[in-house]
Design a protein around this ligand. Structure first.
Ligand code: SF4
Length: 670
C-alpha cells in the first residue's frame, strides 16, 4: 500500500479537478492511502512523506501558484522523481516545467491511454469514475459540486489558433457513453442533481442523436426533476455543456434535439464580431425550440487568428461593446417573436483573451491597452461572475453607445466605481441618508468634471489615451502630459494621498485648478486629511510649502464646517511646520482643544470659537482660553469618571496636557 498525495494549486477554481479525482479512484482500487490538498496539506499532515505526489495544472497564467505547489510537492515526496505533474498547463508548456523542475515527471495530455502513470494495471484512468470523496479532504469549496462532471465527446477539430483543445485533445472522439459512470457515481457517492458536460464541441458529433437519447434516458430530458436530498421536494435539474456550443454547427435538427434536454443555459460562443450572423442564427434556433436560457462567451483583447476555416482580424474595444449590444438587441427581437410562453434571457460573459503560452495575465491585444483592460475588469465587478443581461445595467455600466463605452474605458478607475444612481436604503436615518446623498453629489461632480475635460478634447481624445494607456499614474508619466487639459485629467486618476504628496510636482497651475476651477476636489482633499486619526505630516508638506498660512486656515475652516473630533490633523500640521522650520501657528493647541471637547469640558460653540481664533493665528488667545478652562476640565473629568477604574489613567493623561499648557502659557506670560 502506497501513500499518495494529490495537489491542486491554490488558485480559485469553479470546478473540482477531475483528473485528480480519477487518479484517486485508480489508486484507491490498488488499496493505496490517498489524500487531496489545495495548495498544501494542513499542519497535522505536514511531516508525512509521500510515495507519489500528483500535481494538476490549469491555466498558464496561474504559473506562480502552480510553481509554489510543485516546490511544495518536492519537499514532501520521499523521492523527488516521484512528483507527477499533469493537466492543461503541463501539456501546453512542457519545456518550462522541465527547465524549472528537472526531476519531476510530466504527464502530458489525457489519461486515456495505457500506462500514463507508469503503473501496472492501468488501462485508462480517464475512463474511471471520479472520486468525489476527496473533495471532503479540503476546506476550499468549489462553487459547483452537486453535479456529474462528464464528457460525451472529446476533442474538437475546428483548430482555432487561440484555443488549447487541439493540443490537449487532438483526436475527436464522437461518442462516449456516460451511462456506466453515472450508475457508479450514484452507487458510490449518491445521485447528483445536475449534469455538467465538458465537451469541447458536441455539435460536431455524428452520434449527436445517440448522445441526446442517452441523456434523456438518464433523466436529463426537458422538465425533469430531482428529489431534494433534504426535503424530498422535486427540484429542476439541468444539463450544461459548459464549454459552449458551436454556433456554426447548430442546425434545425440539432436545435430541436437540444430543446428536448433540460439545457440551462445554452452557451453559444460569440468569439468575434465577424460571426454575428451565425451567432444570431444559433440564438434564434434555440429560442424557436424552447431553449430560453441562453448565454455567450465574448472573447476580447484577441489577436487576429485563423479558425473554423477562416481568418479573423484582431478585435477592438468597440467590437466587444457591439457584440454585447447585439446580444441585448437580439434578445428583445427574440422575445417579441418567441417570448409568449416565457421570456428569453441572454447572459453575456466577456472573457479576456490570454495567449496559450502566457505565464501571467498581463497580455495586451493589438487594439487594447492596460487601462482599457483594467476598466473592463472594473465594469464586470458588479456582475459577480453572473454575466450581463439587463439593458439598464449594460447601458449604465458599459455605455449606451460604443463612443460612451470608449469614454468609460478611459475614465479614472475610482470614478468608474462611483457612477450610478443614488439608491435609497431601507431603515437608514434621515441624517445618514443626507450625508450619503451629499457624498454621492460630490462623486458625480467629479465624474462630470472629468467627462467635461474628456469631451473638450474632441477627436484629440487619443492624446489622453496615449498618456494613460499603460495605466501608469506616476509623476514620471505625468511629465508627458503636455497640455493643461491633459494635466488636469491626469490628476483625476490620482488618489487624494497621491495628489497631496505630489502637489509640488503637479505645480502651482494645477493647485489653482484644484482650488479655484474645480474646488470640489480641494474640499475633498481637506476632508481627507481632517477625517483621519492617522494623517502623516509628510503629506501636508507640499501644500504648506505652496500655500503657507493659507493652507492652515483652509484646514481650520474646513474643520469648522465639518468637525471630526478624533482627527490628528492639527498635530500633523504642527509637525509639518516644524519640519519646514516655519511655525506660523502652533496647531498643537487646537489639538488640545479637541481633547477638551471630547472630555465635554467645552461645548461645540466654544470649540468653534477657539478654532476661529486659529483662523486669526492668535495662538496666545487660544492658549489662554484653554488654560482658563483647565480647572473646569479637571472637575468635569473627576465627576464623570469617579466610579470608573480607568478614570485615574484618564485623569493622568489630561493632567499631562494641562501641564503642557501651563508650560506654554507661563512661557508666554514671562
Ligand atoms: S471551436 Fe471552440 S473548442 Fe473548437 S478549436 Fe475553436 S475555440 Fe476551440
Amino acid at each position: 500500500m502506497a501513500d499518495i498525495l494529490l495537489i491542486e494549486p491554490n488558485y480559485a477554481n469553479k470546478y473540482p479537478p477531475l483528473g485528480l479525482m480519477k487518479i484517486s479512484t485508480f489508486h484507491k482500487k490498488l488499496g493505496d492511502y490517498v489524500v487531496f490538498a489545495k495548495g498544501k496539506l494542513p499542519d497535522e499532515l505536514a511531516k508525512k512523506r509521500w510515495d507519489r505526489v500528483y500535481v494538476t495544472t490549469l491555466f498558464t497564467f496561474e504559473w506562480e501558484e502552480t510553481k509554489k505547489s510543485i516546490e511544495y510537492a518536492l519537499t514532501v515526496a520521499k523521492d523527488q522523481h516521484m512528483v507527477f505533474v499533469g493537466g492543461i498547463m503541463a501539456t501546453l508548456m512542457p519545456e518550462l516545467f522541465h527547465k524549472t523542475f528537472p526531476t519531476i515527471k510530466l504527464v502530458k495530455g489525457l489519461l486515456n491511454r495505457k500506462g500514463t502513470l507508469g503503473l501496472p494495471g492501468e488501462e485508462c484512468v480517464d475512463c474511471l469514475t471520479p472520486d468525489y470523496d476527496i473533495l471532503d479532504d479540503i476546506e476550499y469549496k468549489y462553487p459547483v459540486t452537486d453535479a456529474y462532471f462528464l464528457y460525451t465527446t472529446r476533442g474538437c477539430g475546428m483548430k482555432c489558433q487561440f484555443c488549447a483543445v487541439q493540443t490537449l485533445e487532438p483526436e475527436y472522439v464522437p461518442y462516449i457513453s456516460i451511462r456506466e459512470q453515472i450508475a457508479e457515481i450514484d452507487r458510490r457517492f449518491g445521485p447528483k442533481r445536475n449534469l455538467l458536460l465538458m465537451d469541447n464541441n458536441v455539435l460536431r458529433s455524428n452520434k449527436f442523436d445517440l448522445i441526446v437519447d442517452e441523456l434523456i434516458e438518464l433523466g436529463f430530458g426537458k422538465g425533469c426533476t430531482y428529489p431534494s436530498p433534504r426535503t424530498g421536494k422535486p427540484l429542476q435539474r439541468y444539463v450544461d455543456f459548459n464549454q459552449g456550443l458551436d454556433a456554426k454547427l447548430l442546425n434545425e435538427h440539432k436545435a430541436k434535439r437540444l430543446g428536448e434536454l433540460a439545457i440551462n443555459p445554452a452557451r453559444i460562443a460569440f468569439d468575434h464580431i465577424e460571426d454575428e450572423e451565425q451567432y444570431k442564427r444559433a440564438l434564434e434556433l434555440c429560442a424557436k425550440n424552447g431553449i430560453k436560457h441562453l448565454s455567450n462567451y465574448i472573447l476580447y483583447n484577441g489577436e487576429d487568428f485563423t479558425g473554423k476555416g477562416q481568418h479573423y482580424r484582431a478585435d477592438t474595444p468597440q467590437d466587444l461593446f457591439n457584440r454585447m449590444k447585439i446580444s441585448m438587441d437580439f434578445c428583445d427581437e427574440l422575445n417579441a417573436k418567441y417570448g409568449h410562453d416565457g421570456k428569453v434571457h441572454i447572459f453575456s460573459f466577456p472573457m479576456k483573451y490570454i495567449p496559450l503560452n502566457a505565464t501571467d495575465r498581463s497580455f495586451v491585444g493589438t487594439h487594447w491597452n492596460k487601462k482599457y483592460l483594467r476598466a473592463v475588469q472594473r465594469m464586470l465587478i458588479p456582475t459577480q461572475g453572473k454575466g450581463v443581461s439587463t439593458r439598464s445595467f449594460f447601458e449604465a455600466d458599459f455605455g449606451a453607445t460604443a463612443e460612451e463605452f470608449l469614454e468609460n474605458l478611459a475614465m479614472p478607475e475610482d470614478l468608474l466605481g462611483l457612477r450610478g444612481h443614488f439608491v435609497e436604503r431601507k431603515g437608514e436615518s434621515i441624517e445618514d441618508r443626507k450625508k450619503r446623498y451629499a457624498q454621492w453629489e460630490i462623486n458625480h461632480r467629479r465624474i462630470e468634471e472629468w467627462t467635461r475635460l474628456y469631451r473638450s478634447l474632441g477627436d484629440n481624445y487619443t492624446s489622453y489615451v496615449d498618456l494613460i494607456k499603460e495605466n501608469d499614474f506616476s509623476m514620471e508619466n505625468y511629465a508627458h502630459a503636455t497640455t493643461p487639459t491633459l494635466r488636469k485629467m491626469f490628476i483625476h486618476n490620482l488618489s487624494y494621498l497621491s495628489i497631496l504628496r505630489n502637489i509640488k510636482v503637479l505645480g502651482v497651475d494645477m493647485l489653482n485648478y484644484i482650488k479655484f476651477e474645480f474646488s470640489t476636489l480641494y474640499k475633498e482633499l481637506l476632508k481627507y486629511v481632517i477625517n483621519s486619526k492617522y494623517t502623516q505630516y509628510s503629506c501636508l508638506l507640499g501644500m504648506l510649502e505652496l500655500q503657507g498660512t493659507v493652507f492652515i486656515t483652509d484646514i481650520i475652516r474646513a474643520f469648522i464646517d465639518e468637525p471630526y473630533l478624533h482627527t490628528n490633523v492639527f498635530d500633523a500640521l504642527y509637525k509639518a511646520q516644524k519640519s519646514l522650520k516655519r511655525i506660523v501657528l502652533d496647531t498643537r493647541s487646537l489639538h488640545i482643544a479637541l481633547r477638551y471637547r471630547l472630555a465635554n469640558a467645552i461645548s461645540d460653540t466654544e470649540l468653534k470659537n477657539i478654532m476661529r481664533l486659529g483662523l486669526e493665528c492668535d495662538e496666545k488667545k487660544i492658549e489662554q482660553r484653554l488654560y482658563q478652562k483647565s480647572k473646569q476640565l479637571r472637575e468635569v473629568l473627576r465627576s464623570q469618571n469617579k466610579d470608573e477604574i480607568a478614570s485615574e489613567i484618564m485623569l493622568d493623561k489630561i493632567e499631562e496636557i494641562i501641564a503642557l499648557l501651563q508650560k506654554v502659557y507661563r512661557k508666554e506670560v514671562k
